[in-house]
Design a protein around this ligand. Sequence first.
Ligand code: ACO
Length: 386
Amino acid sequence: MLMADVTATPEMVTDKGLDRVIIGDSTKSFIDGVEGVLEYVGIDIDDLARNSTFEECCYLLWYDRLPTTAELDSFQAEIRSHYDLSDQIKDMIKATPKEASPMHVLRTLVSALGNEDPECNDQEIGAEERKALRILAKTPAIIAAFDRHRRGQSLVDPDPSLNIATNFLLMLNGEMPGEQTARALDVCLILHADHGINASTFATMVAIGTQSDMYSAITAAIGTLRGPLHGGANERVMVMLQEIGGLENVEAFVKGRLERKEKVPGFGHRVYKAYDPRAKYLKTFAKTIAEETGNMDLYEMSSTIESIMEEAVGAKGIHPNVDFFSATSYYSMGLAIDLFTPVFALARNAGWAAHALERHEDNRLIRPRCNYTGPHAAPYVAIADR
Ligand code: ACO
């Protein structure tokens, strides 16, 4: 009898979700799913959320250390010099159907950026870094421009004197955001910047591992992030809150879902069996923004969902994840629900590039096997005889 894979060796394991596979070394983010710890290059996420900026965290993740003032200034200046989109990209956005999903638009347009980058095919590490920086700088403009286009509004030019979060809100809304809202978004970007080898980062690594380029790798990552089991969950959380409608309906809704064995979006995590440290921070944060913006009803619904879930499935290690309280935070900031995942992508550009660059320096083609379970020696039947 033929074996499923004749070159399989005894030490090979079948692991459908790759849960038991360590793909290599990394200095980027440390996750302790049992204690609920997340660090970027050794620095606790809570410390970064309180004291750092998104740009500084990008530098930290890409270069493995905090920058000096001069280094940060020059890094930021370089990012800001790439904020604007070319006329061709703007024309592509204006030609996009208004009903398109922003994640599909982002995936398509990040890919299109590669067409106009003269370094697109340059595989040297410096060129890959510069591509990552351009993608990081232009992603906010793509998201904002498409949202304005679909609302029938003219595009807003970027302001290179502003940081990524503030400039994004300016390009989106056509007016300067309040200082607190801009800082709130900056902190959300920090919390979403990296998270080990999650599904979308793995997609980036598979692409870069073939010695493909940063545009291809990040395009693959955006397509992967949009799934409801990954980054797409934040949008599902908000849709769920709207569907529930009010505090009085929460209990029946959540219990009904659990009874029907349906998952509750924004809960559970492949790695965290303790409370997701990002969710811990975002919970306090969501409350503050909700209070400031008159959305306490949403916060109270979220908090009640959490209590019911804790009682029902907390013992199984199912707690709120990063998507649960970021949903109400983004909503309170005035973001359209279908922009939540694109904003997640904006932030995760930092981690995608960090891991791709790290992999680039110490590469091995990623090529797992599958256990073949189909037939052998099957006859080829002519089409007329099938
Ligand atoms: N609601 C209810 N039950 C849940 C949930 C949930 N959100 N998540 C897991 N469970 C239950 C499962 O039903 C299963 O129960 P069982 O053992 O009785 O069959 C058990 O917990 C294990 O669940 P799996 O789906 O096998 O665990 P896995 O590690 O594959 O799941 C995942 C992780 C995909 C994130 C899952 O928790 C989920 O689907 N959550 C909802 C979607 C979501 O919020 N995704 C965002 C994750 S964070 C991020 O990607 C940025």
